[in-house]
Design a protein. Structure first.
Length: 280
């Protein structure tokens, strides 16, 4: 099930923000990287709104994002939002479930912390508390990917990053991640993997903070017989304290700069020349 990495295909990249807060300089840089890789190769740059984050998703922010991208001087094609693709995610999940590659889990974040879970690159690694537990059919649960079973099914896998080179897939870096959420649809891992295949993305451009997530996505591609794109995990824009920008930390919004009359195209050129502090 080790599908060949996509090659000699038209360059298709995407910018896929979640409408749960205003865009900041880090988002601008990520969008510019994807845009320039595609347009410089005569390819396509896509905008995909990832709007299945429950109550945190705010539909009105999508229009603000479009204004931000236009202000930066970027051009894009828009593809369907995630909320229109729930049946595709359901089908992918049911396929994994039928193959015995997922298991139900009742644990909350507090439960995982109380179990003394070790920290991984993207948060606590699930200790497997529910892996062999009995669950009632009507009990509200989330579903986790059984990495032991999935690894045996998929075998050894590889993927390629523009900066780090060839990578041997090691999904255990993140543990048995959630694939289907308790009170909402598919997790980020499943939805983004399905979306990139549906949209024909040939180069996934995103920040280096998501590097380890690619090990999970590569595994899901193999399990679901989806094509494998190339990856371009770019540097992060950092604040004056050396911390990555984030919506949760209230990093300054692009919209505020735009509404203050700043020239977005000039800002885009400054980002291209990395005239801001970038992580390595």
């Amino acid at each position: 099930m080790n599908a060949p990495v996509a090659s000699n295909l038209p360059v298709v990249t995407r910018f896929a923000p979640s409408p749960n807060g205003p865009l900041h300089l880090g988002h601008a840089y990520s969008a510019i990287v994807g845009h320039d890789l595609a347009t410089n190769a005569g390819g396509r740059f896509l905008l995909r709104i990832e709007d299945i984050d429950g109550a945190r998703s705010r539909g009105e922010l999508a229009d603000e994002y479009r204004r931000d991208l236009d202000w930066l001087g970027l051009e894009w094609e828009e593809v369907p939002t995630q909320s229109t693709r729930l049946s595709a995610y359901q089908a992918a999940f049911e396929r994994l479930k039928a193959a015995g590659l997922v298991y139900p889990c009742r644990c909350t974040r507090a439960d995982i912390q109380a179990a003394g879970a070790r920290m991984g690159p993207m948060g606590p690694i699930y200790p497997g508390t529910c892996k062999r537990a009995d669950m009632r059919e009507d009990e509200p649960v989330q579903w986790r990917l059984d990495l032991d079973a999935a690894g045996k099914t998929a075998g050894q896998l590889e993927w390629h990053d523009a900066f780090a080179g060839e990578q041997t897939c090691d999904p255990h870096l993140l543990g048995d991640v959630v694939i289907w959420r308790r009170d909402e649809p598919a997790s980020y891992h499943l939805a983004a993997t399905v979306d990139d295949a549906v949209d024909g993305v040939s180069i996934v451009t995103r920040g280096r903070d998501l590097f380890e997530a690619t090990h999970i996505h590569r595994l899901l591609q193999a399990l679901l017989d989806l094509p494998t794109p190339a990856y371009h995990h770019h540097a992060l824009v950092l604040d004056e304290d050396g911390q990555k920008l984030s919506k949760q930390r209230g990093s300054p919004a692009l919209a505020a700069r735009r509404e203050a009359g700043e020239d977005g195209r000039v800002l885009a050129e400054q980002l291209r020349m990395q005239k801001f502090v970038l992580g390595t």
